[in-house]
Design a protein around this ligand. Structure first.
Ligand SMILES: [Zn+2]
Ligand SMILES: [Zn+2]
Length: 452
């Protein structure tokens, strides 16, 4: 029985493209009493691996917290794997606003002490005595109330690219740091103000709201399903978005746009920008905001120091990584003296610029392609290749990609094709199609259609 990943992220990315299936990015969580988290974890892995489900999931005695990518056609089957458990019957799955087939490339389910690192001792307060859940419309209304204090329970690199207007955005790197800070900052308003909180998907507020009620706050409210669910509702109900900018997410997309407002700056040149990236130097991996121009000039690096390192032979890079001076930078979350335009703590509510188009937030895979079929033949004289179409139909005018170990990647626009000896405009699944190519096809070549 397979209980762990056997493929690398790169292999998985190719398989996902080859499968050519639409995937959904979604998240969910549930607090429950789980007696045997290890067995629960293994059972989920077996069930989800069969469905080609990917993602990052934490399980603990206290419940489950999952961020996942699921083939669209398996969604109902996936839901059925949750319904097996009483505490997940009818659970709300937070679907992402923007889907990306590569949001997750592995299925990783970890058993943890807690599903969210909140640093709280749950035995000291009633974790079930939570705040009032608010839907988007109610949340908008309460934000208009002058007695409301709205607090962002995410980290500095999350609130920097997007947050609710007038929100307190603590300058913290982890959720657990923010709890005592807010408790201290608002200690004189435990009774007279409405403490309204939000986070990415709602899970952090489930615990934070109970904590603040225990601390003596009388009026505690939380955004149900977090920003992800808020974004869905404002779109569906045509409501005004009081959230500005982008919602940072922890998958390969690193964020989904909620409004066109860009409220942050490229950390290197100061130009309005809200695209996060990780420094190319694996010994650094700093999370920071970088515009396309700086990305090109700095080759995706956070500093000239890192730029120098990535040009070294790999053995030297590895040797450097074990050294002290960069070792402590690994996985630092977005703070470095090299980044002159980094902001945290008090943030602006004013847009610096407007996002031009749905920005390509994909980090690694630039071309979105769908596998159509494989090469069957090549006619040297006529420079014609023959392919069987196995997935999706092929149309005249389609941009196609022929790819193989020897061929490399060759892009062309399909101008004319022949099926069963006749010129045709559409080739269906099962057809054998021939068309001209300006290079030599190999039998190992695959035919892809490039989408968008
Ligand atoms: Zn820049
Ligand atoms: Zn770096």
């Amino acid at each position: 029985m397979q209980l762990y990943n056997t493929l690398s992220a790169e292999e998985r990315a190719i398989m996902i493209d080859d499968a050519g299936k639409q995937r959904l990015t979604l998240s969910f969580y549930a607090y429950a009493k789980i007696e045997d988290p290890k067995k629960f974890r293994d059972d989920l892995f077996v069930a989800w691996n069969k469905l080609d489900a990917l993602g990052r999931i934490y399980v603990a005695n206290e419940g489950i917290n999952a961020q996942m990518s699921i083939p669209e056609e398996n969604l109902e089957a996936f839901r059925a794997t949750l319904e097996v458990y009483d505490f997940m019957k009818g659970i709300r799955l937070n679907e992402a606003v923007e889907h990306d087939d590569h949001s997750f490339l592995k299925l990783t389910i970890k058993v943890r002490h807690k599903i969210v690192a909140d640093g709280l001792n749950d035995d000291t307060f009633d974790v079930t005595n939570i705040g009032v859940h608010l839907k988007a419309k109610e949340f908008n209304e309460i934000l208009d109330d002058p007695n409301t204090i709205v607090v962002d329970f995410r980290n500095h690199y999350e609130s920097e690219v997007g947050h609710f207007k007038n929100a307190i955005t603590p300058d913290v790197e982890t959720f657990r740091e923010s709890l005592p800070i807010i408790n201290e900052q608002l200690k004189d308003h435990k009774e007279d103000k409405k403490l309204v909180m939000y986070c990415t998907g709602g899970i952090r507020c489930e615990k934070a709201s109970a904590y603040f009620k225990h601390q003596g706050f009388k009026n505690v409210y939380q955004l149900e399903g977090g920003i992800i669910n808020y974004a869905k509702q404002i779109e569906a109900e045509g409501l005004e978005s009081k959230f500005i900018g982008k919602n940072f997410v922890f998958d390969n997309r690193l964020g989904e746009r909620i409004t066109d407002d860009i409220i942050s700056q490229c950390h290197q040149c100061g130009k309005p920008c809200d695209n996060h990236t990780n420094c190319e130097n694996d010994g650094c991996h700093l999370l920071f905001i970088q515009c396309d121009e700086c990305k090109a000039a700095m080759e995706n690096c956070c500093s000239s120091e890192c730029l120098e390192i990535i040009h070294m032979p790999l053995v030297d890079q590895v040797r450097l990584r074990t050294g002290k001076q960069v070792g402590n930078k690994v996985f630092r979350k977005g703070k470095s003296e090299n980044l002159k335009f980094k902001h945290s703590g008090e943030l602006t509510d004013t847009a610096l610029a407007e996002a031009q188009k749905p920005v390509d937030i994909r980090q690694k895979v630039k071309v979105k392609k769908v596998l159509l079929g494989k090469a069957e033949h090549y006619y040297v004289k006529a420079q014609v290749g023959q392919f069987t179409v196995e997935n999706h139909e092929l149309n005249i005018g389609d941009k196609i990609l022929i790819s193989g170990p020897t061929t490399g990647e060759q892009e062309l626009v399909l101008e004319k094709m022949i099926v069963d000896g006749a010129v045709t405009s559409t080739a269906k699944i099962g057809d054998i199609v021939t068309f001209e190519v300006p290079f030599r096809i190999r039998l190992s070549d695959k035919l892809y259609k490039i989408v968008n």
